[in-house]
Design a protein around this ligand. Structure first.
Ligand code: ADP
Length: 257
């Protein structure tokens, strides 16, 4: 049986097809989120990759920020539930999930049975989200995927003192003009995101095992800075950006049975 999970985020659309509720058969990520063609493109792509047709899908669940705008699914489920399901599938003993997406950051606390007992979200401010990294990568003319390598090369990371993205943008431009090396700036930018998210996580209360999900989890610079700030090990899957879509595909399998 094939089930499809669709995660419509603020900046990207992700799809996962699961075979018999277990293994990720295939996935797709399109950099276009809610209110765009992103969701239908991601769906087309994932079906093509799997060599499947629409009628082969037994059940479809949509999740994410843009889920209520999508009418081609059997059910919609909140992204909190889907991220918890997806991450638990990869890391069964997870107790804290830190999800950093394109426009928000969430920290979820799970009990021993894996049920969510608390969560906090920052969706008011771009600092501490992927948006902050996107803006800074733009100023530095770097690809978002290169931030990790640059951060790792830093010898003297710069502290970004402004938390507001707009002021931090001016600060980074001034530092560049003053001749500060890009790798030192990138390390400071990653630490700035990490410190915002760490304070959210501390307010929820950290219980190990701690796992990251969302697109920003792919950035080792942010992961390492967060691990250092919280004094813990942080686990993540290379498919971190797909955790919501995976959770939706798992929920679809449960609903179909
Ligand atoms: P959403 O669901 O809100 O659309 P995602 O979880 O898909 O968000 O994450 C999108 C964000 O992930 C973007 O802001 C992008 O900058 C960030 N991102 C993707 N890949 C990387 C990377 N390699 N390093 C840092 N950030 C990344």
């Amino acid at each position: 049986m094939y089930t499809l999970g669709i995660d419509i985020g603020s900046t990207t659309s992700k799809c996962v097809i699961l075979k018999d509720g277990k293994d990720i058969m295939t996935s797709s990520i399109v950099i276009a989120g809610t209110g765009t063609e992103g969701p239908s493109k991601a769906r087309e792509e994932v079906l093509k990759n799997a060599g499947l047709k629409e009628e082969d899908l037994s059940y479809v669940v949509v999740t994410g920020y843009g889920r209520s705008t999508y009418d081609n699914a059997n059910a919609e489920i909140s992204e909190l539930s889907c991220h918890a399901l997806g991450v638990k599938h990869m890391f069964p003993d997870v107790r804290t999930i830190i999800d950093i997406g394109g426009q928000d950051a969430k920290v979820l606390s799970l009990n021993e049975k894996g049920n969510m007992v608390n969560f906090l979200m920052n969706d008011k401010c771009a600092a501490g989200t992927g948006r902050f990294l996107d803006v800074m990568a733009g100023i530095l003319q770097l690809d978002i995927n290169d931030l990790e390598i640059k951060a790792a090369e830093a010898t003297n990371p710069v502290k970004i003192s402004n938390t507001c993205t707009v002021f931090a943008e001016s600060e980074v431009i001034s530092q560049l003009a003053a001749g500060v090396q890009i790798d030192n700036l990138v390390a400071g930018i990653c630490s700035s995101v990490a410190s915002r998210v760490a304070s959210l996580a501390k307010r929820v209360g950290i219980k190990e095992k701690v796992c990251m999900s969302g697109g920003v989890a792919q950035n080792g610079g942010v992961r390492n800075a967060l691990a250092e700030e919280l004094g813990i090990e942080i686990f993540y899957s290379p498919s971190a950006q797909l955790m919501g879509a995976l959770g939706a595909a798992l929920a679809a399998y449960n609903k179909a049975n």
